[in-house]
Each structure stands twice: as C-alpha cells, then as structure tokens.
Design a protein around this ligand. Structure first.
Ligand code: HEC
Length: 117
C-alpha cells in the first residue's frame, strides 16, 4: 500500500517537473529568442540594430560567472538591476517567480554550466 502511494506520488512529481521544463522552453522561445537567438547564442533577429549585444547563453565561460540568484534577478528586474544594459527588459510582470526559476534552469541547460564551473 505504502509502495503504491509512493509510486503515484513520484509519478505526479515527475509530471509536474516535466511540465515545468517544457513551459520554460516555450517561454524562452516566445519571449527571449528575438534577442538571444533561437539557439540561445545571442544572435536573434533584433541584434543588428542593438547597441549592446544580448548575452550568448551558450557561452559557459561567462554564464558560469553568474550565480542562479543573479540570473533570477536580471530576468525579473531587467539589465540595470545588475548594472547591465536597459536593452535587457524586466520580466517580473510577465512571469511568476517559479517560471523565472525554471528559465534559470533552462539557461543552465543551454550553457551546460553551473556557477563557478
Ligand atoms: C529586447 C531584447 C531582449 C530580450 C527580448 C531578452 N533579452 Fe536578455 N539580454 C538582452 C541584452 C541586450 C543583454 C545584455 C545586457 C548587457 O550585456 O548589458 C541581455 C542579457 C541577459 C542575461 C545575462 C546578464 C548577464 O550578463 O549575466 C540574461 C540571463 C538574460 N538576458 C535572460 C533573458 C531571458 C530569460 C529572456 C526572455 C524571458 C530575455 N533575456 C529576453 C536583451 C534581451
């Protein structure tokens, strides 16, 4: 009986996590690619006319220099919150904190990196 309960619980948790990742990918595709590029490498359709180029999210070297908290902050509050360009918009009105956390995890998948490595 307990085993069965654990199995169901695991299945439910698994589907919630799977869903969260899926929506972060969708959100990235909808809201971020026009600047950060379809592959996240910083060459979206907008860049030709931008005075500051968007971060290449696949660049492990610079992305590993940022903590998850900093990535969260710059997505939620925009470039100036971490002394970066105003051309990086704030997304706090668009996404919940959980959605922003999922976006941070998605960025970690794009760079295949962690803070400090
Ligand atoms: C209108 C263009 C634009 C859009 C849309 C945009 N960004 Fe950015 N983003 C930028 C620019 C420009 C920078 C670089 C700012 C700088 O270097 O001063 C940047 C930088 C960043 C950084 C890195 C800051 C750093 O240097 O560590 C992160 C993380 C980021 N963006 C995430 C996102 C996410 C997630 C989305 C979608 C929800 C998004 N951006 C949408 C323009 C954009």
């Amino acid at each position: 009986m307990a085993n069965k309960f654990l199995f169901v619980l695991t299945a439910v948790l698994f589907s919630i996590t799977a869903h969260a990742k899926e929506s972060a990918v969708d959100n990235y595709k909808t809201y971020c690619v026009q600047c950060h590029g379809l592959k996240g490498n910083g060459n979206g359709v907008n860049v030709r006319d931008m005075s500051v180029q968007p971060r290449d999210h696949t660049d492990a070297k610079s992305m590993s220099g940022r903590s998850d908290e900093m990535l969260f902050k710059v997505i939620k509050e925009g470039g100036p919150s971490i002394d970066k360009s105003i051309l990086m918009p704030p997304w706090g009105d668009t996404f919940s904190d959980d959605e922003i956390k999922d976006l941070v995890q998605h960025l970690r998948q794009l760079c295949k990196c962690k803070f400090g490595s």
